[in-house]
Design a protein around this ligand. Sequence first.
Ligand code: FES
Length: 106
Amino acid sequence: MPARPSYYERHVFFCLNRRDDGAACCCDHDAEGMFEYAKKQVKKLGMNGKGKVRVNRAGCFDRCDEGPLLVVYPEAIWYTFVDKEDIDEIIESHLKQGKVVERLQV
Ligand code: FES
C-alpha cells in the first residue's frame, strides 16, 4: 500500500514548557514570544495550512539545558534560536526551501 502523503509538508513544534522551580526551561528565553512570531510570519507568508506548514506548541522535550528549542518534522531537525532573525532564517531556509540551517542546529 503506498504511503499517504503528509497532511502538512512540515510540522514545527516549539517547547513552551515553563518551570517555576528555578530549573532551566525554554520559556526563560522568550520561547513563547518566538512561537507567536513564527506562527504570525508563516501565516503572513501564506505558508500555513494543509499541505504546507503547521506551527504547534509542545511540552518539554527533555533537553532543557540546550533551550530554547524547536523541532521540524518530517526531517526531525532540532534548532535553538535567539531572536526573530533566527526564526526568519529557519522559515526562509528550512521551511520554504528545505535547506537545514546548520548554525542553529542542536
Ligand atoms: S523546557 Fe524546553 S526542553 Fe525542557
